[in-house]
Design a protein around this ligand. Sequence first.
Ligand code: GTP
Ligand code: MG
Length: 322
Amino acid sequence: MTEEHNDIENKPRNFFSRLTSALKGKKDVVKNNLVNLLKTNKINETTLEEIESELIMADIGVLTTEKIINLLKEKRKKNSGTTEELRYSIRDIMLSILKPVSIPLTIKNSSGPFVILMIGINGAGKTTSIGKLSRYFQDQHYSVMLAAGDTFRAAAIEQLQVWGKRNEIEVISQETGADPGAVIFDAHASAKAKNINILLADTAGRLHTQTGLMDELIKIKKILKKQTFEAPHEVMLVLDASLGQNALIQAEKFNEALGVTGLIITKLDGSAKGGIVLSIADKLKIPIRFIGIGEKIEDMQSFDGHDYINALLNIPQNHENN
Ligand SMILES: Nc1nc2c(ncn2[C@@H]2O[C@H](COP(=O)(O)OP(=O)(O)OP(=O)(O)O)[C@@H](O)[C@H]2O)c(=O)[nH]1
Ligand SMILES: [Mg+2]
């Protein structure tokens, strides 16, 4: 086996262990407590209550937790209720929540570039995710161009240009203060003229409560739609997992205003408790395209619900009962 082949073979395992340790977090997470609970021998009403509070503390949210616990009680009636069974029951229930949103982003052919409009609150990780996505798509042999649609924050354009340089791709920009709609319009025309496959459009961070700024995003979307009806092909909301349930509220509001078609959930390596991913999936049912597990260009992965749950519950990849 060549070294290169070996490298590819090792990739998923490396990522899995990185995700596992990222989710372990520096503080608590579902893992430490829940995983320990799942090791105890007795499963009774008290254990179930403890599991319930651990799930809530892991940012899974009250409603989703209730749903999981109720399903768990039903499953328990049907089997002997050993800890191992309980663990796999929780895994299966969580999987049933994540499976419908484990839909990878597919780049469809169209007359112009496939446009991904990146939106979200300040500091969520939009620009960094653009840098990571550029590398990801280039690795798949797509040509990529960037649009510096954050004309508001000082140094935002330079930040995007650094990612452009790193990935050796063109960044279309104007001066700070320019109309972001105009920048993205120009970038679309340029990408179309140069037969670029994918245009990643950055936007300034904004709170979902800032109506004027939300309207600006709606306007950008309309401008793109006038160029090609399908554009933007993906309205990608970037959410910071460390914000817990607040991330869910943001997602709901951005979705109401813009019709979000995909999510990137970032900072799962930091203080995030991991459970918010389940809460978002259960409530919004919007495809989770990628997760961010660090600041570096390679710290992003296509979302896979199965791997995610195994990492969350500390179930080794090669040690499953089905
Ligand atoms: N630990 C960690 N840090 C991340 C991740 N993604 C982004 N960051 C960091 O979060 C900070 C903000 O990231 P940006 O990409 O600038 O966020 P943004 O959404 O573009 O922010 P604004 O342009 O200000 O709205 C930076 O320090 C990034 O390095 C991640 O997955 N994990
Ligand atoms: Mg930014």
